[in-house]
Write a protein that binds this ligand. Structure first.
Ligand code: ATP
Ligand code: MG
Length: 447
């Protein structure tokens, strides 16, 4: 009787189809209770649900995953009905974000990959046709990402060669590589990131078509590209990913941030580069679970492009500060509109950059005023970074370190004996600058 009642309350199960794929008894130690709860709730509601993707891959590699993905035969609406704190997101590809405690678990419905809508280049425009787990496995990107974990019987289900490829530390795309990149060009960036992050070699057939298809990335929405680049830069293995950029070919003019990343990748010990140094620091900080500033890293990566404009402004006779403001303003529109840099980051970048010319003024009251700026610390760290590629700036950085940590007496003596700013920057328009009302200068700095 009870069974009958329960059966009546439970949503109609889809007739379970016989699943192919090989099952392997492997117990994975999932430390995330939210992911387990989501899986259990879906099971209790009568649906199939598995842990999938990067989480299974990372657990097999002995790494704690940073996020958890769940695949189920429940539709997004059905998932949403089960979890009060959830929302359906995406158009092209609908998934459900389930908020559980402090975590957000991504729940996606098995895709059939059958009735996808493609544009004239083969790009998938919509994929919301639902199917079986086996079909779902086929439309995932790499074999190591197409493993499903069943928490009920502790089995890993492998439809491709995922387990063997993980053991061989090899990134292998599922299906025909060229076709898969045309369907979704971002998969090429995922190949760069995942091979760099996991230390995997890229299978030849997976790697070969990337260089000739990389230009397809230019047609991707800039926000999606920017997101993917952020994942590369803040993966904790940015330097490893930079080494894999060669996959995209020599001339992959995808996005100015990529150009900057290529420059950073080309740095050597003899020829250090500020973007490279910033990423080295970022990787180290993330390894130690320390916070990192996106604006700071982007300021370093785009510094080369800004510096060119800054120097040419100075050559045209503008003072360092005026030329810097011009350079920042000319880059601003490109950055926020064309390149998809969110304003919250570009504001930090501008503040860090705008303070750079101010470090040259070591006399009188100016150093004290600079020290009191809210962005002083970030700008000073940036100066030290610049000092790693220029001896002259290294000395200037050392002066500021001493000034910052010195007592009042030391500071007064330092500002009395310091050289003129003009000697450091070759600024020929100091007088003009001094006459400017202070208020205006400040507003540029805090922009
Ligand atoms: P990580 O979370 O460690 O960055 P991940 O592989 O889990 O890596 P997610 O973006 O979380 O990356 O994606 C989850 C899973 O969704 C992937 O493992 C893969 O199976 C699938 N997936 C993600 N993006 C794509 C794509 N562009 N094409 C096909 N499958 C994808
Ligand atoms: Mg993931």
């Amino acid at each position: 009787m009870l069974k009958k009642i329960v059966g009546a309350i439970l949503p109609k199960k889809r007739k379970p189809k016989k699943q192919m794929g090989t099952r392997h008894a492997i117990k994975l130690a999932i430390h995330n209770h939210s992911a387990i709860k989501v899986l259990e709730h879906l099971h209790q509601a009568g649906y199939e649900a598995y842990l999938v993707g990067g989480a299974v891959r990372d657990l097999l590699l002995g790494v704690q995953p940073k996020d958890f993905d769940v695949a189920t035969n429940a539709t997004p609406e059905q998932v949403h009905q089960i979890f009060r704190r959830s929302r359906i997101i995406g158009r092209r590809f609908q998934i459900v974000h389930v908020m559980m405690g402090a975590d957000t678990i991504e729940v996606s419905t098995f895709r059939s990959g059958g009735k996808v809508k493609q544009n004239e280049f083969g790009r998938i425009m919509r994929d919301n046709a639902y199917g079986t787990m086996e079909q779902d496995a086929l439309r995932r990107d790499f074999t190591c990402n197409a493993l499903y974990y069943d928490i009920r019987n502790q089995e890993v289900i492998d439809f491709h060669t995922g387990l063997a490829d993980i053991a061989a530390k090899k990134l292998v795309i599922i299906g025909d590589a060229a076709e898969r990149y045309a369907e979704d060009p971002v998969r090429m960036l995922r190949a760069v990131r995942l091979s760099g992050k996991l230390g995997f070699s890229v299978d030849e057939a997976t790697a070969t078509p990337i260089a000739s298809h990389a230009k397809l990335l230019r047609k991707e929405p800039v926000a999606r590209l920017f997101d993917e680049m952020m994942k590369i830069l803040f993966s904790g293995c940015a330097l490893g990913c930079l080494k894999q950029l060669h996959l995209l070919g020599e001339d992959a003019r995808i996005h100015p941030l990529f150009t900057a990343m290529f420059q950073a990748a080309a740095a050597t010990d003899k020829q250090p580069e500020i973007g490279h140094l910033a990423l080295q620091q970022t990787d180290a900080r993330l390894r130690e679970n320390k916070s990192v500033s996106v604006g700071f890293v982007l300021a370093a990566l785009f510094w080369g492009q800004l510096e060119k404009r800054w120097l040419s402004g100075q050559k045209r006779g503008a003072s360092p500060a005026a030329a810097m403001n011009e350079a920042i303003n000319s880059l601003r529109d490109d950055m926020e509109k064309g390149w998809g840099v969110p304003q919250r980051y570009s504001a930090t970048m501008r503040e860090i950059w705008a303070l750079q010319p101010q470090f040259a003024y070591q006399r009188g009251g100016r150093p004290f005023r600079l020290l009191a700026q809210t962005r002083f610390r970030a700008a000073y760290d940036f100066l030290l970074l610049r000092g790693q590629v220029s001896d002259e700036l290294r000395e200037l950085g050392e002066w500021w370190t001493k000034f910052q940590y010195g007592n009042e007496e030391t500071r007064q003596a330092m500002t009395r004996n310091a050289p003129q700013a003009t000697e450091t920057l070759g600024d020929g328009s100091m007088k003009k600058k001094r006459r400017r009302p202070r208020k205006k200068k400040k507003s540029v700095v805090s922009e």
